[in-house]
Write a protein that binds this ligand. Sequence first.
Ligand SMILES: [Zn+2]
Ligand SMILES: [Zn+2]
Length: 344
Amino acid sequence: MGRRFCVRCGREEGPDTPIIDGLCPKCFMKERGILELPTKIRVTICPICGALYIHGDWIRVGGSVEGAIEYFINETIVKRHNIYPGLEDVKVKVVRMDSGVIYLRIMARYKDVSLSQDAVTHVELQKKPCPSCLRSRSGSYEAMLQIRTIAPVRFDVMRDIGNRLARVKEFRESIVEIKEHKDGVDVKLSNQAIGRYVANILKREYAAKITMTWENTGYLGGKRRSKLTISARLPGLVSGDIIEYEGEPAEVMRLKKGRVIIKRLSDGKVVSLRHDDIWRGDFRYLNEKDYAILDGRILNYEGGRAVVQATGSGNIYFIKSPRILNLGSRVKILIYKGKAYLLI
Ligand SMILES: [Zn+2]
Ligand SMILES: [Zn+2]
């Protein structure tokens, strides 16, 4: 056999470096890859029993969502036509999942050499009860729980709430349908009492503002029936968010037992906001359009104020500082409504 070289990097073929389609394994991975992945993988999963919808059938996989997705990818995407010819034993492992982004390790064998490649794609989880779970309940619902947040909907926040509520067995068992959309999550429930019960959890632990409305849906068997809609509005904040409270900007430090702990930027005072403080109307979530954050450096202290120079513009700001930092320290300057604050 004549000596073969990688056409890209010139590496010579050897026992550990077979030439695949004119390329060494390293270059092959860069240029071709083991597996052609779609940019988005849509997975339908039953939120009640975890069954997966594959090729028109519901399959019970068991285990975590990550495990179910891994199974799904290996069953549906790892197919001959998506794999470079000559590669064997192709297997995909889910390394982690974050905000709908999924990190994968793809493994394969070419002759006697193991290949491994990291890949990233997106996953869209559709939650739909499987027929057997649907059959076990009427299919119609009695209550609708609408979970919304003041801050933009964030996957981690919603997952945390979902995990908390899923600890309530009766809640899990009365879910008829879960719909996730960009404003939040809608959960149809077969039981109004459990809806009110979890609304209370959301109020107590997540500072949710709860509004309930009933809608008459006529009579059934001589009894008047009504559907309950529970709207649960949560702050949905995470540490580092900027809010306005009583007219002043503040940084969210953490959430604790239904309270939002914030740090007022003007004087560094830490304030614990209770449910009433949040919902009385003095509270506003600020997004990046409301304020600007600049990099700066402390030059000096004068008359109780920090003299801070913005790195980008060279502008000098005199800012009331909650504490004294070393001269030369790098700081973040927050500009809100024409006033400068230190994010320290
Ligand atoms: Zn090469
Ligand atoms: Zn099911």
